[in-house]
Design a protein around this ligand. Structure first.
Ligand SMILES: [Zn+2]
Length: 332
């Protein structure tokens, strides 16, 4: 079949298997996956789908009073207001630690010695059943978070637990592979998938295990450890929609800061994959990856002026007002 030049595979797909087919007088350049070659009827459906206009983001704020509209002026003021250090610790490589932070405080997580990924969990300090909901946060904001995005809690609570007030990597944007930083696409590494993928090996210092040990003394159990935000981690999807990771772009002194919208319990793991430049599964990889592992630093501050937030009209976030009837009949 003679293929007109304009239907040749785009350069970016040159290294992938592709096939040009002709259907209903049109040429289609198909990037091959594991799926069989489409039939004529399927190609006709594909063609009709291709006429769709670009959709708008599904959860854009609808106005100034939308809960998704962050008062940027207020959060900039909070970020630059004088603050007092309340607690500080450095988390060694391949470990986990939990801490509490009251509503109205600022939590800063930084890379004191260079690039390192940190897996973060968040709960309501007083009720671990209210915890960070990564997938809803991804829908409300983006697959990767930055300044003025919020970290929302699960049902039946649905309120912001934290708001990001600064991010020294906000310049990163989208790299040449479509990767972005501070990942909500993936989750924590864990010993169960490692056991499966490494042919039966056991390793006890994956992020999931580090988080389990970290929160044990706070009365939080393994089942309460949840999908994380992967701080300082670059991820994206490849041309087939598969999850991909690149080395962290963080340098010594990079940081991200959160403002606590409620009293929170937080737990952080220094990922055993370090900055992810040597990622792999199995004992050999674990040894190799230690070369790119570094500590993370956590600091919790209170604002120096204790009346500042009240004066600015800020209040702790409230749970969503839905009564929770779900259409169930009420007994007389
Ligand atoms: Zn990890």
């Amino acid at each position: 079949m003679e293929i007109p030049r304009r239907y040749h595979a785009p350069k970016m797909f040159a290294n992938l298997t592709h096939k040009v087919v002709k259907s209903h007088g049109r040429y289609y350049n198909l990037i091959m996956s594991n799926n069989p070659i489409p039939s004529d009827a399927e190609l006709a459906r594909l063609h009709s789908r291709r006429q769709l206009p670009a959709p708008a983001p599904a959860y854009l704020p609808t106005g100034l009073n939308s809960p998704l509209t962050v008062n940027k002026e207020l959060y900039s003021k909070i970020q630059s207001a004088p603050r007092v250090l309340e607690k500080s610790f450095t988390l060694p490589i391949r470990s986990g630690q939990a801490w509490t932070a009251p509503a109205g405080s600022i939590i800063r997580i930084s890379t004191p010695e260079g690039p390192q990924v940190g897996d973060l969990n968040i709960w309501n300090q007083h009720s671990p059943s209210e915890r960070f909901w990564a997938s809803r946060t991804r829908q409300l904001h983006s697959t990767h978070l930055t300044t003025h995005d919020r970290l929302w809690s699960c049902l039946p609570y649905m309120r912001p637990l934290l708001t990001i007030i600064s991010d020294s990597l906000s310049w990163y944007g989208t790299d040449n592979n479509g990767g972005r930083v501070h990942d909500l696409l993936g989750t924590r590494c864990d010993p169960y998938i490692n056991h499966l993928l490494s042919g039966g090996q056991s390793y006890d210092y994956h992020c999931h295990s580090n988080l389990v040990r970290a929160v044990k003394d706070f009365g939080v159990e393994e089942k309460d450890v949840h999908d994380v935000i992967n701080l300082f981690q670059v991820t994206g999807l490849d041309e087939k929609g598969r999850y991909c990771m690149s080395a962290s772009p963080a340098e010594k002194g990079d940081s991200i800061e959160f403002f606590a919208e409620v009293d929170v319990l937080m737990a952080l793991s220094t990922c055993p994959g370090g900055d992810l430049s040597l990622w792999g599964f199995g004992a050999e990889s674990e040894k190799e990856m230690e070369k790119c592992c570094r500590p993370l630093k956590v600091e919790v501050f209170r604002l120096g002026d204790s009346a500042f937030l009240e004066r600015e009209g800020w209040k702790p976030a409230e749970v969503a007002g839905y009564k929770g009837n779900h259409g169930l009949a009420v007994e007389p």
